[in-house]
Design a protein around this ligand. Structure first.
Ligand code: SAH
Length: 378
């Protein structure tokens, strides 16, 4: 059956102000090589009745050569190829649509997964780097009212391989010279697509390992070039700290005070601003890495001078960097981006406190590929 004929699985929408921490269990995507650690790959190949070195060959073809056709596995006997391919490389996702802008250097792909669930990834090529923005869940259970994904609800967690495949797909396009600018490589990955990565902890951490293990075990990206963005699930941030990974932590703060954050990021009713920032500073001290504080500027909602001041006070002297994101209004939203003069004043206030701040570029906006717009709305 054509994957496009499959019905989309049920999505659960949390009631206003409610959260879904546990993703509904809706069956498992087929197992793929990218789900397995190098040791597990070896074990699986052995169970298949073959010598362990075949696992390393498959890893090399997938992670290093980015090949997706078994006919291009010269070191694997032709008689074994089909069965190995079927066993370790089931088709996990089918592109439904690719939309490009910025002269082809920004590309959003809508994927249909094995069960009909939809997710999106975005490739952004800059002069000095290529960033892939990936989804960690189909939908999201965190219910942030300004975010398109949050409004749609949660379908399910993605598997490790479903996350890795989004990056590998971009890596293949680049390697094959399909992205303007000549052949290239993915250098950065941000978990800022659909979903709350810290609510799908194990799959996300395993995906980070696949992305950062040196080739041929993994894609060989630098841990420092991976950003995990979270609404602030404190126990998961603590767990991440203990992993001793060198990834960048981004915290979606959006308000410096609990009253407003309770509304904008409903998980704040569970873990308050002080607790979230506390966990973030522990992460920063342990990893020596600057935490990125994400703040979507929403006109007359969170962009007042006193809130800039409070934010500056809370972040002053900390290992933090503020990333201001002009709100990208979702369809039907009553909210919009801040006035330029309010944005400027916000920046200046933070700078006066010595807090490093940048305003995020809004690449992909015209293809709904910008932050919070990955709603896969048909
Ligand atoms: N769930 C994670 C990652 C996904 S969203 C998180 O919340 O961090 C990536 C970033 O885009 C988050 O900072 C999120 O708050 C922000 N975002 C969501 N909707 C947005 C919108 N409409 N305009 C601007 N930023 C938005």
């Amino acid at each position: 059956m054509n994957a496009q004929d499959l019905p989309t699985p049920t999505t659960t929408r949390p009631a206003p102000g409610k959260l879904l921490f546990e993703a509904p269990r809706r069956g498992k995507p087929p197992r793929h090589l990218a789900d397995l650690s190098p040791a597990d790959r070896k074990r699986a190949v052995t169970e298949f009745g073959l010598p362990g070195f075949r696992a390393a060959q498959l890893s090399k073809h997938y992670f290093e050569r980015l090949v997706d056709d078994p006919a291009e596995w010269p070191d694997v006997p032709a008689a074994l190829r089909e069965q190995l391919y079927k066993t370790f490389f089931p088709r996990l996702m089918t592109p439904v649509r690719e939309i490009t802008c910025d002269g082809g250097t920004t590309r959003k792909t809508l994927w249909r997964l094995y069960d009909g669930a939809l997710v999106e990834s975005v490739l952004m090529r800059y002069p000095d780097r290529v960033t892939m923005c990936v989804s960690s869940q189909a939908g999201c259970g965190m219910n942030c009212p300004f975010c398109a994904t949050g409004q749609a609800g949660l379908t399910r967690n993605l598997s490790t391989a479903e996350i890795v495949e989004q990056v590998v797909a971009g890596a293949r396009e680049l390697a094959r010279g399909e992205v303007p600018g000549g052949p290239g490589r993915v250098s950065n990955v941000v978990f800022m697509g659909m979903g709350e990565p810290m609510a799908n902890y194990k799959a996300v951490i395993d995906a980070v390992r696949r992305l950062t293990d040196p080739a041929p075990d993994g894609l060989g990206l630098s841990q420092r070039h991976i950003t995990v963005s979270t609404v602030g699930l404190v126990p998961a941030i603590e767990k991440l700290t203990a992993e001793r990974l060198n990834v960048t932590l981004a915290v979606s703060l959006h308000a410096p005070d609990d009253e407003l954050r309770d509304e904008l990021v409903p998980v704040n009713t569970r873990w308050k601003v002080g607790e979230v920032l506390g966990a973030a500073w522990d992460y920063a001290h342990t990893t020596k890495r600057r935490v990125s504080i994400e703040y979507a500027l929403i006109r007359d909602i969170n962009d007042q001078a006193w809130r800039a001041d409070l934010l500056g006070k809370r972040l002053r002297g900390k290992l933090a960097h503020v990333n201001l994101i002009p709100l990208n209004p979702t369809p039907g939203s009553k909210w919009t981006a801040s006035r330029p003069e309010d944005e400027d004043a916000f920046v200046r206030t933070l700078e006066a406190y010595g807090v490093p701040v940048t305003v995020r570029d809004t690449r992909g906006r015209e293809i709904d590929g910008a932050c919070g717009q990955l709603a896969a709305a048909g």
